[in-house]
Each structure stands twice: as structure tokens, then as C-alpha cells.
Design a protein around this ligand. Structure first.
Ligand code: FES
Ligand code: FES
Length: 230
């Protein structure tokens, strides 16, 4: 059984922007690329993954490899699906529920584009099996559920106001990671945000705008003088 590495925004304090406490990026990539999920030749071991706020259980049964019925709780609704146990939460959301806000970029827990919330914690949904999320009964929240239809969440609005996106491909992941971080650290400093969002990458380099947005939503003054890094 392997622990699922934490998203940096879950940590009380992160170090060197690595994906989890005590796990270097090289080891993390090895784990997830490996994979960290318990997959057997014939199927998936039930209860093998460790999800936020849920105690680890001993693997109890082999499921699959054919599709099985599962129910995911997404944005407050129970969604019934038939899925092969190997399907990740990210693919379940995008390919089976048409919730395409979470993006598939690295597909191995390094970029944060796929960030969603599980029981209020940010997770890389490409590293979680849908069947594990279903079995645990976890409440899943995606960017689509952040604000009511036709409205914009204040955090998303702050990204717009602070030029926190260019192509926007990384933005849903950043917003969800930022929301989880602000829920745990309501008034972060610029450097807090810089560390706390260390698990999300932006190829357009919009880091300054993202950090400014998050700091200002937390009531801070934005970017300190002489902070010109990206
Ligand atoms: S797609 Fe999941 S972390 Fe990159
Ligand atoms: S805005 Fe383009 S990758 Fe972040």
C-alpha cells in the first residue's frame, strides 16, 4: 500500500515546492509514474489509496478489470457511473461526467493542472482512482461547482483582475489549489502563497498575477516591493 502524496496547498508549511512532506520531486515522480496506485494485472485492490481525511484500509477485494458500478459525489450530487477500476478521478470527471475544468497535462502528479478538492483538500486528480474516491464516499468539488451557474467566485474574479492567466490552461487547477490554501490560511503573505502553490505550474509564467490575486483575496496588500521574480 502506498500513501498518496499530498498537494502542497494541503501542507501547513511546504518546503522547496515539493509535492508532499518529506518526498523529493524525483522520488515523487518515481512513485506516481510507478504508479502509487495499487493496480494488479487482473484489477485494482479496493481501498488501496489513502485519500484526504480518510483512514487507510487494508485492501479487501479485487475489482475489475471490467467496468463496475460506482457512485461519485461531485459538486453536491451523486453521479452514477460504470467504470473500469483503473480509471483515474481526472478521466472520470473529464471523459464520463463532461466536467472538463480540471485539465490533463502531465498525468503524473507534477503540474497541478488537474487539481480538484476531495473532502476540502486539494488533490491531483490524476493520482486518485475514481473507484477509491467512490468507495470512500468523498465529497469531490471541481471548478465547475465553485460558484452557482452564471456567477463568478470572488477568487476567480481576482485572477481576472490581477492578470492571473494568459492561455488559461493551468488556471482551474490554480484556482482550486488557491481555494484550498486560503481555506486553511485565510490571510497569507506573498511568500506564503508562493510556497503554498508550489505544486502548480504555469507555462505562460503568470505566477505574479496568481500570487497577487490570492494575497489580495486574503486581505493582503499584494506583491511586496522588489518582488520581481516569476
Ligand atoms: S495532470 Fe495531474 S498533476 Fe499534472
Ligand atoms: S496561463 Fe497558460 S499555462 Fe498558465
Amino acid at each position: 500500500m502506498a500513501d498518496r502524496p499530498k498537494h502542497p496547498s494541503e501542507n501547513e508549511k511546504t518546503e522547496n515546492q515539493v509535492p508532499g512532506p518529506g518526498i523529493g520531486r524525483r522520488k515523487f515522480v518515481k512513485l506516481v509514474g510507478g504508479t502509487s496506485m495499487a493496480v494488479t494485472a487482473g484489477g485494482v485492490l479496493a481501498g488501496a489509496a489513502v485519500l484526504p481525511g480518510i483512514a487507510a484500509e487494508a485492501p479487501s477485494a479485487v475489482m475489475g478489470p471490467t467496468a463496475i458500478p460506482i457512485t461519485l459525489r461531485v459538486n453536491g450530487e451523486a453521479r452514477k457511473l460504470m467504470l473500469e477500476p483503473r480509471v483515474t478521478l481526472l478521466d472520470a470527471l473529464r471523459n464520463h461526467l463532461d466536467l472538463t475544468g480540471a485539465k490533463k497535462v502531465c498525468d503524473r502528479g507534477t503540474c497541478g493542472a488537474c487539481t480538484v478538492h476531495l473532502n476540502g483538500r486539494a488533490v491531483y486528480s490524476c493520482t486518485v482512482l475514481a473507484v477509491d474516491a467512490a468507495e470512500s464516499g468523498a465529497e469531490i468539488h471541481t471548478i465547475e461547482g465553485l460558484a452557482p451557474e452564471g456567477q463568478i467566485h470572488p477568487l476567480s474574479a481576482a485572477f481576472v483582475a490581477n492578470d492571473g492567466q494568459q492561455c488559461g490552461f493551468c488556471t482551474p487547477g490554480f484556482v482550486m489549489a488557491s481555494k484550498a490554501y486560503l481555506d486553511r490560511h485565510p490571510h497569507p503573505s506573498y511568500n506564503d502563497v508562493k510556497e503554498g502553490l508550489g505544486g502548480n505550474f504555469c507555462r505562460c509564467g503568470t505566477y505574479m498575477g496568481v500570487r497577487r490575486a490570492v494575497v489580495t483575496v486574503g486581505g493582503g496588500a499584494g506583491i511586496p516591493p522588489n518582488e520581481g521574480d516569476s
